[in-house]
Design a protein around this ligand. Sequence first.
Ligand code: ATP
Ligand code: MG
Length: 494
Amino acid sequence: MTAMETIPNLLAQRAYLTPNRVAFIFEDQEVTFLELYEQAQIVAEQLTTLGVKKEDHVGVLLRNHIDMVFILFGIQLLGSIAVFLNNRLTTSEIEWQIKDSNTILLVTEEKYEPIFSGLTGPIMLKHELFKQKRTAIIVPEEISLNSICSIMYTSGTTGTPKGVLQTYGNHWWSATGAALNLGIYDTDRWICAVPLFHISGFSILMRSIIYGMTVILHEGFDEEKVLKEIIHNRASIISVVSTMLIRLLDKMNAPLPSTFRCALAGGGPLSKHLLEECVKKNVPVYQTYGMTETASQVVTLSPEDSLAKLGSAGKPLFPVQLKIKNGQDTEAKPLESGEIFIKGPNVTIGYLNRPSVTNEKIQSGWLSTGDIGYLDKDGFLFVQDRRSDLIISGGENIYPAEIEGILQSHEQVLEAGVIGIEDLEWGQVPVAIVVKKAGTSLTREQLIDFSLGKLAKYKVPKKIVFIDELPRNAAKKLVRHKLKSWWKETQTLG
Ligand code: ATP
Ligand code: MG
Protein backbone atom coordinates (compact mmCIF):
# COMPACT_ATOMS: atom_id res chain seq x y z
CA MET A 1 0.00 0.00 0.00
CA THR A 2 1.40 3.38 -0.94
CA ALA A 3 1.10 6.32 1.43
CA MET A 4 -1.48 7.83 -0.95
CA GLU A 5 -3.75 4.83 -0.48
CA THR A 6 -3.53 4.47 3.27
CA ILE A 7 -5.09 6.20 6.18
CA PRO A 8 -4.89 5.47 9.89
CA ASN A 9 -7.53 3.07 11.15
CA LEU A 10 -10.41 5.54 11.39
CA LEU A 11 -11.98 4.57 14.70
CA ALA A 12 -8.63 3.93 16.43
CA GLN A 13 -7.36 7.32 15.26
CA ARG A 14 -10.50 9.09 16.46
CA ALA A 15 -10.34 7.37 19.86
CA TYR A 16 -6.70 8.48 20.09
CA LEU A 17 -7.38 12.09 19.03
CA THR A 18 -10.50 12.90 21.07
CA PRO A 19 -11.11 9.97 23.44
CA ASN A 20 -13.41 11.79 25.86
CA ARG A 21 -15.64 13.56 23.42
CA VAL A 22 -19.18 12.20 23.17
CA ALA A 23 -19.55 10.14 20.01
CA PHE A 24 -23.13 8.89 20.33
CA ILE A 25 -26.19 9.71 22.35
CA PHE A 26 -28.82 6.99 22.26
CA GLU A 27 -31.84 7.36 24.56
CA ASP A 28 -30.24 8.16 27.93
CA GLN A 29 -26.88 6.63 27.12
CA GLU A 30 -23.81 8.66 26.13
CA VAL A 31 -20.81 6.93 24.59
CA THR A 32 -17.42 8.59 24.13
CA PHE A 33 -15.12 7.80 21.22
CA LEU A 34 -12.87 5.79 23.51
CA GLU A 35 -15.81 3.76 24.81
CA LEU A 36 -17.00 3.25 21.26
CA TYR A 37 -13.58 1.95 20.29
CA GLU A 38 -13.47 -0.39 23.28
CA GLN A 39 -16.97 -1.72 22.64
CA ALA A 40 -16.25 -2.22 18.95
CA GLN A 41 -13.07 -4.09 19.81
CA ILE A 42 -15.01 -6.42 22.10
CA VAL A 43 -17.46 -7.16 19.26
CA ALA A 44 -14.56 -7.75 16.86
CA GLU A 45 -13.09 -10.28 19.30
CA GLN A 46 -16.46 -11.99 19.76
CA LEU A 47 -16.93 -12.24 16.01
CA THR A 48 -13.43 -13.73 15.81
CA THR A 49 -14.49 -16.45 18.27
CA LEU A 50 -17.33 -17.24 15.86
CA GLY A 51 -14.81 -17.70 13.07
CA VAL A 52 -15.34 -14.40 11.23
CA LYS A 53 -12.18 -13.23 9.48
CA LYS A 54 -10.88 -10.27 7.52
CA GLU A 55 -12.84 -9.68 4.30
CA ASP A 56 -15.65 -12.06 5.31
CA HIS A 57 -19.12 -10.73 4.54
CA VAL A 58 -21.23 -10.26 7.67
CA GLY A 59 -24.95 -9.58 7.21
CA VAL A 60 -26.51 -7.01 9.49
CA LEU A 61 -30.29 -7.05 9.98
CA LEU A 62 -30.77 -4.69 12.90
CA ARG A 63 -32.72 -1.63 13.98
CA ASN A 64 -31.11 1.70 14.84
CA HIS A 65 -29.65 1.19 18.32
CA ILE A 66 -26.32 1.84 19.98
CA ASP A 67 -25.70 -1.93 19.78
CA MET A 68 -25.88 -1.68 16.00
CA VAL A 69 -23.21 1.02 16.09
CA PHE A 70 -20.92 -1.24 18.17
CA ILE A 71 -21.51 -4.13 15.78
CA LEU A 72 -20.86 -2.07 12.64
CA PHE A 73 -17.60 -0.69 14.02
CA GLY A 74 -16.65 -4.14 15.37
CA ILE A 75 -16.95 -5.47 11.82
CA GLN A 76 -14.74 -2.62 10.60
CA LEU A 77 -12.03 -3.22 13.23
CA LEU A 78 -11.85 -6.80 12.08
CA GLY A 79 -11.48 -5.78 8.45
CA SER A 80 -14.57 -7.78 7.58
CA ILE A 81 -17.32 -6.31 5.40
CA ALA A 82 -20.81 -5.37 6.56
CA VAL A 83 -23.66 -6.34 4.26
CA PHE A 84 -26.52 -3.98 5.12
CA LEU A 85 -29.95 -5.55 5.04
CA ASN A 86 -33.04 -3.39 5.00
CA ASN A 87 -35.24 -4.53 7.89
CA ARG A 88 -38.40 -3.78 5.90
CA LEU A 89 -37.60 -6.45 3.31
CA THR A 90 -39.40 -9.78 3.19
CA THR A 91 -37.75 -13.08 4.08
CA SER A 92 -37.31 -14.07 0.44
CA GLU A 93 -35.80 -10.71 -0.47
CA ILE A 94 -33.35 -10.98 2.45
CA GLU A 95 -32.56 -14.60 1.53
CA TRP A 96 -31.76 -13.46 -1.99
CA GLN A 97 -29.44 -10.68 -0.81
CA ILE A 98 -27.67 -13.00 1.65
CA LYS A 99 -27.00 -15.51 -1.13
CA ASP A 100 -26.10 -12.85 -3.69
CA SER A 101 -23.58 -11.31 -1.30
CA ASN A 102 -22.01 -14.54 -0.02
CA THR A 103 -22.81 -13.55 3.53
CA ILE A 104 -21.27 -16.07 5.94
CA LEU A 105 -23.06 -14.98 9.11
CA LEU A 106 -26.19 -12.94 9.77
CA VAL A 107 -26.27 -10.78 12.89
CA THR A 108 -29.84 -9.92 13.82
CA GLU A 109 -32.20 -9.56 16.78
CA GLU A 110 -35.39 -11.11 18.10
CA LYS A 111 -37.58 -8.36 16.71
CA TYR A 112 -36.94 -9.71 13.23
CA GLU A 113 -37.84 -13.31 13.98
CA PRO A 114 -40.73 -13.20 11.47
CA ILE A 115 -38.11 -12.43 8.82
CA PHE A 116 -35.17 -14.59 9.86
CA SER A 117 -37.08 -17.68 11.02
CA GLY A 118 -37.51 -18.67 7.38
CA LEU A 119 -33.86 -18.13 6.44
CA THR A 120 -31.23 -20.76 5.87
CA GLY A 121 -27.61 -20.23 6.91
CA PRO A 122 -25.86 -19.20 10.15
CA ILE A 123 -27.66 -16.64 12.29
CA MET A 124 -26.47 -14.95 15.48
CA LEU A 125 -28.78 -12.87 17.64
CA LYS A 126 -27.06 -9.75 18.92
CA HIS A 127 -27.58 -10.58 22.60
CA GLU A 128 -26.01 -14.00 21.97
CA LEU A 129 -23.12 -12.36 20.13
CA PHE A 130 -22.50 -10.11 23.14
CA LYS A 131 -22.22 -13.25 25.35
CA GLN A 132 -19.50 -14.87 23.23
CA LYS A 133 -15.98 -15.35 24.54
CA ARG A 134 -13.37 -12.98 23.19
CA THR A 135 -10.46 -14.05 21.01
CA ALA A 136 -7.76 -11.40 21.06
CA ILE A 137 -7.09 -9.58 17.80
CA ILE A 138 -4.57 -7.03 16.71
CA VAL A 139 -6.38 -4.02 15.37
CA PRO A 140 -4.64 -2.92 12.14
CA GLU A 141 -3.00 0.49 12.49
CA GLU A 142 -3.88 1.53 8.99
CA ILE A 143 -6.42 0.75 6.33
CA SER A 144 -6.36 0.96 2.59
CA LEU A 145 -8.70 3.51 1.08
CA ASN A 146 -9.31 0.96 -1.67
CA SER A 147 -10.52 -1.81 0.60
CA ILE A 148 -14.23 -2.54 0.83
CA CYS A 149 -15.95 -1.28 3.97
CA SER A 150 -19.58 -2.03 3.20
CA ILE A 151 -21.95 -3.63 0.74
CA MET A 152 -25.25 -1.88 0.45
CA TYR A 153 -28.08 -2.79 -1.89
CA THR A 154 -29.79 -0.12 -3.96
CA SER A 155 -33.45 0.38 -3.12
CA GLY A 156 -34.71 -1.59 -6.11
CA THR A 157 -36.87 1.23 -7.45
CA THR A 158 -36.08 0.55 -11.08
CA GLY A 159 -35.44 -3.21 -10.90
CA THR A 160 -33.75 -5.82 -8.75
CA PRO A 161 -31.56 -4.24 -6.04
CA LYS A 162 -27.84 -4.30 -6.83
CA GLY A 163 -25.11 -4.75 -4.21
CA VAL A 164 -22.93 -1.63 -4.22
CA LEU A 165 -19.31 -1.98 -3.11
CA GLN A 166 -18.42 0.97 -0.89
CA THR A 167 -14.75 1.44 -0.06
CA TYR A 168 -13.25 3.27 2.92
CA GLY A 169 -12.11 5.84 0.38
CA ASN A 170 -15.70 6.33 -0.81
CA HIS A 171 -16.86 7.05 2.75
CA TRP A 172 -13.81 9.19 3.54
CA TRP A 173 -14.34 11.39 0.50
CA SER A 174 -18.07 11.57 1.01
CA ALA A 175 -17.54 12.84 4.57
CA THR A 176 -14.79 15.21 3.43
CA GLY A 177 -16.89 16.61 0.57
CA ALA A 178 -19.82 17.19 2.92
CA ALA A 179 -17.56 18.94 5.45
CA LEU A 180 -16.11 21.25 2.79
CA ASN A 181 -19.65 22.28 2.01
CA LEU A 182 -21.39 22.39 5.39
CA GLY A 183 -18.36 23.05 7.56
CA ILE A 184 -17.71 21.31 10.87
CA TYR A 185 -18.64 23.22 14.02
CA ASP A 186 -17.46 22.01 17.37
CA THR A 187 -21.05 22.47 18.57
CA ASP A 188 -22.46 20.16 15.92
CA ARG A 189 -24.80 17.38 16.93
CA TRP A 190 -26.25 15.43 14.03
CA ILE A 191 -29.57 13.65 14.52
CA CYS A 192 -29.67 10.26 12.83
CA ALA A 193 -33.33 9.27 12.63
CA VAL A 194 -32.95 7.69 9.18
CA PRO A 195 -32.09 3.98 8.99
CA LEU A 196 -28.45 3.06 9.56
CA PHE A 197 -28.79 0.35 6.91
CA HIS A 198 -29.32 3.03 4.31
CA ILE A 199 -26.50 5.25 3.07
CA SER A 200 -28.20 8.34 4.50
CA GLY A 201 -27.79 6.85 7.99
CA PHE A 202 -24.50 5.00 7.62
CA SER A 203 -22.82 8.11 6.20
CA ILE A 204 -23.67 9.95 9.47
CA LEU A 205 -21.93 7.17 11.38
CA MET A 206 -18.82 7.56 9.26
CA ARG A 207 -18.91 11.35 9.59
CA SER A 208 -19.05 10.96 13.35
CA ILE A 209 -15.66 9.27 13.58
CA ILE A 210 -14.09 11.29 10.76
CA TYR A 211 -15.22 14.68 12.15
CA GLY A 212 -15.16 13.78 15.85
CA MET A 213 -18.80 14.83 16.00
CA THR A 214 -21.61 13.80 18.32
CA VAL A 215 -24.44 11.87 16.73
CA ILE A 216 -27.84 11.67 18.37
CA LEU A 217 -29.21 8.32 17.30
CA HIS A 218 -32.94 7.65 17.18
CA GLU A 219 -34.54 4.27 16.61
CA GLY A 220 -36.95 5.77 14.12
CA PHE A 221 -38.36 9.10 13.11
CA ASP A 222 -40.63 10.73 15.67
CA GLU A 223 -41.21 14.41 14.95
CA GLU A 224 -41.88 15.30 18.58
CA LYS A 225 -38.67 13.69 19.78
CA VAL A 226 -36.73 15.36 16.98
CA LEU A 227 -38.13 18.78 17.87
CA LYS A 228 -37.17 18.20 21.50
CA GLU A 229 -33.57 17.42 20.46
CA ILE A 230 -33.46 20.58 18.35
CA ILE A 231 -35.07 22.87 20.91
CA HIS A 232 -33.75 21.49 24.20
CA ASN A 233 -30.62 19.52 23.31
CA ARG A 234 -28.99 21.83 20.74
CA ALA A 235 -29.08 19.37 17.87
CA SER A 236 -27.73 21.30 14.87
CA ILE A 237 -28.23 19.04 11.84
CA ILE A 238 -30.70 16.38 10.79
CA SER A 239 -30.88 14.19 7.69
CA VAL A 240 -34.42 13.82 6.40
CA VAL A 241 -36.49 12.61 3.49
CA SER A 242 -39.49 14.53 2.21
CA THR A 243 -42.16 12.83 4.38
CA MET A 244 -40.11 13.45 7.54
CA LEU A 245 -39.78 17.12 6.70
CA ILE A 246 -43.54 17.45 6.13
CA ARG A 247 -44.24 15.89 9.53
CA LEU A 248 -41.65 18.12 11.21
CA LEU A 249 -43.11 21.29 9.72
CA ASP A 250 -46.62 20.24 10.74
CA LYS A 251 -45.60 19.85 14.38
CA MET A 252 -43.55 23.08 14.58
CA ASN A 253 -45.33 25.85 16.40
CA ALA A 254 -42.43 28.22 17.01
CA PRO A 255 -39.28 29.13 15.06
CA LEU A 256 -36.37 26.74 15.60
CA PRO A 257 -33.41 27.97 17.69
CA SER A 258 -30.41 29.39 15.85
CA THR A 259 -28.29 26.42 16.99
CA PHE A 260 -30.18 24.38 14.39
CA ARG A 261 -28.40 25.02 11.13
CA CYS A 262 -29.28 22.35 8.60
CA ALA A 263 -32.01 19.95 7.52
CA LEU A 264 -30.28 17.86 4.90
CA ALA A 265 -33.07 16.59 2.67
CA GLY A 266 -32.48 13.88 0.10
CA GLY A 267 -33.42 10.42 -1.12
CA GLY A 268 -35.93 11.75 -3.62
CA PRO A 269 -37.41 14.97 -4.90
CA LEU A 270 -38.88 17.63 -2.61
CA SER A 271 -41.94 19.41 -3.92
CA LYS A 272 -41.80 23.16 -4.49
CA HIS A 273 -44.69 23.51 -2.09
CA LEU A 274 -42.65 21.89 0.68
CA LEU A 275 -39.59 24.03 -0.03
CA GLU A 276 -41.73 27.15 0.10
CA GLU A 277 -43.10 26.03 3.47
CA CYS A 278 -39.52 25.63 4.76
CA VAL A 279 -38.64 29.12 3.59
CA LYS A 280 -41.81 30.51 5.21
CA LYS A 281 -41.05 28.82 8.52
CA ASN A 282 -37.37 29.68 8.37
CA VAL A 283 -36.19 26.07 8.38
CA PRO A 284 -32.68 25.96 6.87
CA VAL A 285 -33.19 23.19 4.35
CA TYR A 286 -30.39 21.91 2.12
CA GLN A 287 -31.73 19.91 -0.80
CA THR A 288 -29.37 17.12 -1.78
CA TYR A 289 -29.04 14.56 -4.50
CA GLY A 290 -27.16 11.34 -4.13
CA MET A 291 -27.44 7.58 -4.25
CA THR A 292 -26.09 4.36 -2.79
CA GLU A 293 -23.46 4.32 -5.55
CA THR A 294 -22.06 7.71 -4.47
CA ALA A 295 -21.87 6.92 -0.74
CA SER A 296 -24.48 9.62 -0.01
CA GLN A 297 -24.97 13.24 -1.15
CA VAL A 298 -23.00 14.51 -4.15
CA VAL A 299 -24.95 17.63 -5.10
CA THR A 300 -26.31 20.05 -2.50
CA LEU A 301 -28.21 23.34 -2.44
CA SER A 302 -27.61 25.78 0.40
CA PRO A 303 -30.53 27.61 2.02
CA GLU A 304 -29.31 30.98 0.69
CA ASP A 305 -29.95 29.70 -2.81
CA SER A 306 -33.10 27.80 -2.03
CA LEU A 307 -35.48 30.62 -3.00
CA ALA A 308 -33.65 31.80 -6.09
CA LYS A 309 -33.10 28.22 -7.21
CA LEU A 310 -36.27 26.69 -5.88
CA GLY A 311 -36.40 23.01 -6.77
CA SER A 312 -32.73 22.69 -7.64
CA ALA A 313 -30.56 20.02 -6.00
CA GLY A 314 -27.69 22.52 -6.10
CA LYS A 315 -24.07 22.25 -7.15
CA PRO A 316 -21.67 19.33 -6.75
CA LEU A 317 -19.58 18.90 -3.63
CA PHE A 318 -15.98 19.95 -4.13
CA PRO A 319 -14.47 16.52 -4.99
CA VAL A 320 -17.31 15.73 -7.40
CA GLN A 321 -17.64 16.36 -11.13
CA LEU A 322 -21.00 16.43 -12.82
CA LYS A 323 -22.14 16.44 -16.41
CA ILE A 324 -25.35 16.04 -18.35
CA LYS A 325 -25.21 13.96 -21.50
CA ASN A 326 -27.94 13.97 -24.11
CA GLY A 327 -26.24 11.58 -26.51
CA GLN A 328 -23.51 8.96 -26.48
CA ASP A 329 -20.77 11.58 -26.71
CA THR A 330 -22.60 14.86 -26.47
CA GLU A 331 -22.91 17.06 -23.45
CA ALA A 332 -26.17 18.94 -23.03
CA LYS A 333 -26.15 22.73 -23.13
CA PRO A 334 -27.51 24.67 -20.14
CA LEU A 335 -31.25 24.08 -19.71
CA GLU A 336 -31.13 21.01 -21.97
CA SER A 337 -32.17 17.77 -20.29
CA GLY A 338 -30.10 14.64 -20.38
CA GLU A 339 -28.75 11.87 -18.20
CA ILE A 340 -26.82 12.90 -15.09
CA PHE A 341 -23.25 11.56 -14.89
CA ILE A 342 -21.13 11.77 -11.74
CA LYS A 343 -17.40 11.28 -11.21
CA GLY A 344 -15.52 11.51 -7.95
CA PRO A 345 -13.61 9.58 -5.30
CA ASN A 346 -16.86 8.79 -3.52
CA VAL A 347 -18.26 6.89 -6.52
CA THR A 348 -18.38 3.12 -6.04
CA ILE A 349 -15.82 0.88 -7.69
CA GLY A 350 -18.73 -1.25 -8.90
CA TYR A 351 -21.53 -3.67 -8.20
CA LEU A 352 -20.93 -6.95 -6.41
CA ASN A 353 -20.76 -9.94 -8.80
CA ARG A 354 -22.03 -7.85 -11.73
CA PRO A 355 -19.04 -6.99 -13.92
CA SER A 356 -21.16 -6.31 -16.99
CA VAL A 357 -23.49 -3.87 -15.18
CA THR A 358 -20.42 -2.22 -13.65
CA ASN A 359 -18.78 -1.81 -17.06
CA GLU A 360 -21.96 -0.47 -18.52
CA LYS A 361 -22.70 2.00 -15.70
CA ILE A 362 -19.17 3.22 -14.89
CA GLN A 363 -16.95 4.27 -17.78
CA SER A 364 -13.66 6.13 -17.27
CA GLY A 365 -14.79 6.82 -13.72
CA TRP A 366 -18.09 8.42 -14.82
CA LEU A 367 -21.18 6.86 -13.24
CA SER A 368 -24.31 6.90 -15.36
CA THR A 369 -26.95 7.58 -12.74
CA GLY A 370 -30.05 6.64 -14.73
CA ASP A 371 -31.53 9.98 -13.66
CA ILE A 372 -32.51 12.79 -15.97
CA GLY A 373 -31.87 16.43 -15.20
CA TYR A 374 -30.44 19.67 -16.49
CA LEU A 375 -28.06 22.41 -15.41
CA ASP A 376 -29.28 25.98 -15.46
CA LYS A 377 -27.14 28.84 -16.75
CA ASP A 378 -25.47 29.21 -13.33
CA GLY A 379 -24.57 25.52 -13.14
CA PHE A 380 -27.28 24.45 -10.70
CA LEU A 381 -28.63 20.94 -11.14
CA PHE A 382 -32.33 20.24 -11.50
CA VAL A 383 -33.18 16.54 -11.18
CA GLN A 384 -36.25 15.68 -13.23
CA ASP A 385 -36.85 11.98 -13.01
CA ARG A 386 -35.60 8.50 -13.67
CA ARG A 387 -34.68 7.79 -17.26
CA SER A 388 -36.73 4.58 -17.15
CA ASP A 389 -39.89 6.49 -16.13
CA LEU A 390 -39.70 9.24 -18.72
CA ILE A 391 -42.88 9.60 -20.77
CA ILE A 392 -42.55 10.76 -24.37
CA SER A 393 -45.84 12.10 -25.67
CA GLY A 394 -46.10 13.53 -29.16
CA GLY A 395 -42.34 14.18 -29.08
CA GLU A 396 -42.51 16.07 -25.77
CA ASN A 397 -40.73 14.78 -22.68
CA ILE A 398 -42.92 14.45 -19.62
CA TYR A 399 -41.49 13.82 -16.15
CA PRO A 400 -43.93 11.91 -13.93
CA ALA A 401 -42.44 13.47 -10.77
CA GLU A 402 -43.52 16.93 -11.89
CA ILE A 403 -47.13 15.85 -12.37
CA GLU A 404 -47.13 13.89 -9.10
CA GLY A 405 -45.89 17.02 -7.29
CA ILE A 406 -48.79 19.06 -8.66
CA LEU A 407 -51.41 16.42 -7.87
CA GLN A 408 -50.01 16.02 -4.37
CA SER A 409 -50.32 19.75 -3.73
CA HIS A 410 -54.12 19.30 -3.85
CA GLU A 411 -55.33 19.31 -0.27
CA GLN A 412 -57.43 16.18 -0.69
CA VAL A 413 -54.67 14.09 -2.26
CA LEU A 414 -52.54 11.88 -0.05
CA GLU A 415 -50.23 10.55 -2.77
CA ALA A 416 -50.07 10.14 -6.51
CA GLY A 417 -48.22 8.02 -9.03
CA VAL A 418 -47.95 8.90 -12.71
CA ILE A 419 -47.02 6.53 -15.53
CA GLY A 420 -47.04 6.59 -19.32
CA ILE A 421 -49.38 4.28 -21.20
CA GLU A 422 -49.43 3.45 -24.91
CA ASP A 423 -51.51 5.72 -27.06
CA LEU A 424 -52.13 5.38 -30.79
CA GLU A 425 -52.11 9.10 -31.47
CA TRP A 426 -49.37 10.38 -29.12
CA GLY A 427 -47.19 7.32 -28.61
CA GLN A 428 -47.60 7.63 -24.85
CA VAL A 429 -49.83 9.65 -22.57
CA PRO A 430 -49.61 10.25 -18.81
CA VAL A 431 -52.17 8.71 -16.48
CA ALA A 432 -52.40 9.14 -12.72
CA ILE A 433 -53.11 6.72 -9.91
CA VAL A 434 -54.16 8.69 -6.87
CA VAL A 435 -54.75 7.95 -3.19
CA LYS A 436 -57.26 10.35 -1.65
CA LYS A 437 -57.03 11.52 1.93
CA ALA A 438 -59.46 9.58 4.15
CA GLY A 439 -62.99 10.93 4.20
CA THR A 440 -62.58 13.29 1.25
CA SER A 441 -64.91 13.47 -1.72
CA LEU A 442 -62.53 14.50 -4.50
CA THR A 443 -63.62 13.55 -8.02
CA ARG A 444 -61.52 12.88 -11.12
CA GLU A 445 -63.00 15.91 -12.83
CA GLN A 446 -62.08 18.20 -9.93
CA LEU A 447 -58.50 16.95 -9.96
CA ILE A 448 -58.20 17.36 -13.72
CA ASP A 449 -59.55 20.93 -13.44
CA PHE A 450 -57.03 21.63 -10.69
CA SER A 451 -54.18 20.30 -12.89
CA LEU A 452 -55.29 22.25 -15.96
CA GLY A 453 -54.43 25.51 -14.28
CA LYS A 454 -51.00 24.30 -13.27
CA LEU A 455 -49.71 21.99 -15.98
CA ALA A 456 -49.32 22.34 -19.72
CA LYS A 457 -52.20 20.54 -21.41
CA TYR A 458 -50.11 17.63 -22.71
CA LYS A 459 -48.96 16.90 -19.14
CA VAL A 460 -52.45 16.75 -17.65
CA PRO A 461 -53.25 13.07 -16.93
CA LYS A 462 -55.53 11.60 -19.57
CA LYS A 463 -57.09 9.37 -17.00
CA ILE A 464 -57.17 9.36 -13.20
CA VAL A 465 -57.85 6.25 -11.17
CA PHE A 466 -58.31 6.24 -7.40
CA ILE A 467 -56.68 3.46 -5.42
CA ASP A 468 -56.11 2.65 -1.71
CA GLU A 469 -52.34 2.39 -1.71
CA LEU A 470 -49.41 2.88 -4.09
CA PRO A 471 -46.73 0.18 -4.54
CA ARG A 472 -43.64 1.24 -2.59
CA ASN A 473 -40.38 -0.58 -1.94
CA ALA A 474 -38.68 -1.10 1.40
CA ALA A 475 -37.19 2.40 1.10
CA LYS A 476 -40.77 3.68 0.74
CA LYS A 477 -40.09 4.82 -2.81
CA LEU A 478 -42.78 4.61 -5.42
CA VAL A 479 -42.15 1.66 -7.75
CA ARG A 480 -43.60 2.90 -11.01
CA HIS A 481 -42.89 -0.28 -12.99
CA LYS A 482 -45.22 -2.15 -10.62
CA LEU A 483 -47.81 0.52 -11.19
CA LYS A 484 -47.40 -0.02 -14.94
CA SER A 485 -47.98 -3.79 -14.63
CA TRP A 486 -50.97 -3.14 -12.37
CA TRP A 487 -52.39 -0.75 -14.95
CA LYS A 488 -51.88 -3.27 -17.75
CA GLU A 489 -53.64 -6.00 -15.80
CA THR A 490 -56.55 -3.99 -14.47
CA GLN A 491 -57.16 -1.02 -16.70
CA THR A 492 -56.66 -1.97 -20.31
CA LEU A 493 -58.55 -5.24 -20.15
CA GLY A 494 -62.26 -5.10 -20.75
P1 ATP B 1 -32.43 1.24 -7.80
O1 ATP B 1 -31.10 1.79 -8.19
O2 ATP B 1 -32.34 -0.16 -7.32
O3 ATP B 1 -33.51 1.44 -8.81
P2 ATP B 1 -32.72 3.59 -6.12
O4 ATP B 1 -32.04 4.30 -7.24
O5 ATP B 1 -34.02 4.15 -5.65
O6 ATP B 1 -32.94 2.05 -6.49
P3 ATP B 1 -31.04 4.63 -4.03
O7 ATP B 1 -29.58 4.55 -4.29
O8 ATP B 1 -31.51 4.45 -2.64
O9 ATP B 1 -31.75 3.50 -4.88
O10 ATP B 1 -31.64 6.01 -4.51
C1 ATP B 1 -30.96 6.94 -5.31
C2 ATP B 1 -31.93 7.60 -6.26
O11 ATP B 1 -32.88 8.42 -5.55
C3 ATP B 1 -31.28 8.55 -7.25
O12 ATP B 1 -30.67 7.89 -8.34
C4 ATP B 1 -32.49 9.40 -7.65
O13 ATP B 1 -33.28 8.76 -8.63
C5 ATP B 1 -33.28 9.51 -6.36
N1 ATP B 1 -32.94 10.79 -5.70
C6 ATP B 1 -32.07 11.01 -4.71
N2 ATP B 1 -32.01 12.32 -4.38
C7 ATP B 1 -32.87 12.96 -5.19
C8 ATP B 1 -33.28 14.33 -5.37
N3 ATP B 1 -32.81 15.31 -4.61
N4 ATP B 1 -34.18 14.59 -6.32
C9 ATP B 1 -34.70 13.62 -7.10
N5 ATP B 1 -34.37 12.33 -7.00
C10 ATP B 1 -33.47 11.98 -6.05
MG1 MG C 1 -30.45 3.69 -8.43
